[in-house]
Ligand binder design. Structure first.
Ligand code: MG
Length: 381
């Protein structure tokens, strides 16, 4: 049920561009709630629990996985959506679905799959998230995928090449015409950044790969750290880290909401379409906070994602993904029956490669490892 305070520039169900396959409206919930519910009940959502965010799943039980990351994004996005009188149900649906297309082993897995798919159209996790909800989930009698509303699909598709955009009909239009998605989509995109920048710092510190001393050099971290130290001079390290991170998230979210409200106030878009037609996004940080956010991102790229211990694991993961692709392409009999059936129905090399890529992309970390062990143990026997 939609909040009474929903702003005119929010995405309203009454003006939704609807579903690809028409369905009777839900009786006790809204259309975007139905989307959220379909996402939570799909197989790709459950697999997020066993997919790497930065740390390979089996490294420890406390690190973020794709699932807990998606829940944190939904929390930040919903809180901000409520403060902005945007559609919270739509925001939540987009947040929970945004990473459904991620391969096992995080970005390492996607890079490896993209490399082996190079001559077959490549592989991109964001586009794959859309493929999961549009085509790959096999749950309903009347259609492939989850048949989600246009607005949810619009929010899932964050970026897209012009060539691909041309194949996506109405959904691809904004990439060809330089338009924007809904405010809910814009918001969830930045909530994703706030979530991963902060939780990766937490996980990186926990793993001992980055140090407080380094982080204190970053203005947003340094200021929050000084504040915590001043109020609680003898706090344990673990609590200090959390007190610093909650302050950073609070500052980023507050700035995002205040800056976005000011942008919206200047334009006063009369509806969601006016938001889409505006030449630039209306959801954003102030220049100062944008720099803070960028500094966090750069720090993590330099010191965590490229840390040799993270890289050793990602190199290993890339080998697993490439090996699997090669093995299935060379001997399709190693694939499960339903995937093999799909493969039999096409003679087109790109389509065959895509079927294999879809299968690998759907794997959890541990399933990919066990498949690799099964296939290669057999090979060398
Ligand atoms: Mg994400």
């Amino acid at each position: 049920m939609v909040a009474l305070s929903l702003a005119p520039y929010a995405a309203h169900e009454s003006t939704s561009l609807g579903r690809r396959h028409p369905e009777p409206p839900p009786s006790m919930r809204g259309q975007f709630q139905r989307d959220r519910d379909r996402i939570i009940h799909c197989a790709a959502f459950r697999r997020l629990e066993y997919k790497t965010q930065v740390f390979i799943n089996h490294e420890g039980d406390l690190y973020r996985t794709r699932l807990t990351h998606s829940l944190e994004v939904a929390q930040i996005a919903r809180g901000s959506a409520r403060a902005l009188n945007l559609n919270e149900d739509l925001t939540e649906a987009i947040a929970l679905a945004h990473d459904l297309g991620h391969t096992p082993f995080g970005h390492a897995g996607q890079d490896a799959l993209n490399r082996v798919m190079k001559s077959f159209g490549g592989f991109e996790h964001n586009l794959q998230s859309l493929r999961v909800v549009d085509e790959l989930e096999e749950k309903y009698a009347d259609f492939d995928g989850l048949n989600l509303c246009f607005e949810t699909r619009e929010g899932i598709l964050k970026h897209c090449s012009k060539d691909v955009a041309k194949t996506l009909g109405k959904l691809g239009e904004r990439f060809l015409r330089g338009k924007q998605p809904s405010l809910e989509a814009q918001l969830t995109n930045l909530a994703d950044e706030i979530a991963y920048n902060n939780h990766d710092i937490d996980d990186g510190l926990r793993a001992g790969l980055i140090k407080m001393e380094q982080l204190k050099e970053l203005p947003i971290f340094g200021e929050a750290y000084e504040e915590v130290l001043h109020i609680h001079p003898s706090l344990s390290l673990r609590r200090t880290v959390h007190e610093v991170i909650r302050r950073m998230i609070h500052r980023l979210v507050t700035d995002l909401v205040e800056t976005s409200l000011a942008h919206i106030g200047e334009i006063m878009p009369k509806d969601c379409d006016a938001v889409r037609d505006h030449p630039v996004p209306l959801i954003g940080f102030s220049p100062n906070m944008r720099n803070n956010n960028l500094a966090l991102k750069r720090f993590l790229h330099a010191h965590l994602y490229r840390h040799h211990r993270v890289r050793e694991l990602t190199e290993d993961a890339q080998r697993v993904v490439s090996d699997l692709f090669e093995a299935y392409q060379g001997s399709p009999d190693k694939l499960p029956l339903d995937t093999r059936d799909k493969l039999m129905k096409t003679k087109d090399k790109s389509k065959s490669a895509r079927i294999i890529a879809d299968y690998i992309a759907g794997m959890t970390d541990r399933y990919a490892y066990s498949e690799h062990a099964r296939i290669y143990a057999h090979h060398h026997a």
